[in-house]
Design a protein around this ligand. Structure first.
Ligand SMILES: Nc1nc2c(ncn2[C@@H]2O[C@H](COP(=O)(O)OP(=O)(O)OP(=O)(O)O)[C@@H](O)[C@H]2O)c(=O)[nH]1
Ligand SMILES: [Mg+2]
Length: 184
C-alpha cells in the first residue's frame, strides 16, 4: 500500500485519504476514484486492488460478486476506516456481502448512488435499497459523466479526517430514505 507522503504532497487533494471503494462490477468505482482524485488516468477494468496515495483504495467488483474473493476483500479493508459503497442508480440489486461489516464493526460506510445521469436512473430507489440494507444516510448522488456530486463527496470524505463533520450530502434523498442509525 502506498502511503508515501512524498507522492501525496503533489496530489491535488492531499487530505483525501483512508477510504476504500467497493461495489459491483461496472458500478463506477474506478471512474469515481479518478474523479475524486482529479486524475486524468484512463478508466480501465480493475484487475487487482489499486492503491493510490494516502490509503485511497479501488477494488475490483469481483471482490464482492464472488464469495471466493471475500477473504481478499477483508484483508484489503482491514486497516482502512471508511468504506465507500457504490449503488448504481439503475440497479436494483444490493451487492455488499452480508456479514462483511460485522467482521469490522468499527468501519464507517458512506453510501453513494453512482451513474445518476443514466436514462434509467432512479436515485430514490437506489437510496431506499441502501437504507433497506442498514446503510445510513447521508447518501451522495454522483455522476462522473456530468460531475454531479463529486465535489460534495470529496469534501465529505476530507471532512472525515477531522471528527464530527458530516455535510454536503443530498438531504432530499437522505430524508426520503427515512432510516435511522445503522448497526455498524
Ligand atoms: N454514464 C455514466 N457512465 C459511467 C459513470 N461512471 C462510470 N461509468 C462507466 O461505466 C463503466 C464502468 O465504470 P468503472 O469505473 O470501470 O466501474 P468499476 O466499478 O470500477 O468496475 P470494475 O473495475 O470492473 O469493478 C465505464 O465504461 C465507465 O465509463 C457515470 O457516472 N455515468
Ligand atoms: Mg474498476
Amino acid at each position: 500500500m502506498s502511503g508515501n507522503p512524498d507522492v501525496n504532497r503533489n496530489a491535488p487533494h492531499p487530505d483525501l485519504a483512508n477510504f476504500v471503494l467497493v461495489g459491483d462490477v461496472g458500478s463506477g468505482k474506478t471512474a469515481l476514484t479518478l474523479a475524486l482524485l482529479e486524475s486524468s488516468d484512463q478508466v480501465l477494468k480493475t484487475q487487482a486492488v489499486e492503491f493510490h496515495p494516502s490509503h485511497v483504495v479501488d477494488t475490483p467488483g469481483e471482490f464482492i460478486s464472488r464469495p471466493a474473493y471475500y477473504g481478499a476483500l477483508l484483508s484489503t479493508i482491514s486497516d482502512i476506516s471508511t468504506i465507500v459503497y457504490l449503488q448504481p442508480a439503475n440497479s436494483r440489486s444490493f451487492s455488499l456481502p452480508p456479514g462483511l461489516l460485522h467482521v469490522y464493526p468499527g468501519k464507517r460506510v458512506v453510501g453513494v448512488v453512482s451513474k445518476t445521469d443514466l436514462p434509467d436512473a432512479d436515485s430514490e430507489a437506489a437510496c431506499r435499497i441502501m437504507a433497506d440494507h442498514n446503510i445510513s444516510p447521508p447518501y451522495f448522488l454522483t455522476s462522473t459523466a456530468t460531475g454531479e456530486g463529486v465535489d460534495a463527496l470529496r469534501s465529505f470524505l476530507i471532512s472525515l479526517q477531522v471528527p464530527d463533520a458530516s455535510t454536503g450530502a443530498n438531504e432530499a434523498c437522505a430524508e426520503s430514505a427515512g432510516v435511522g442509525e445503522n448497526e455498524f
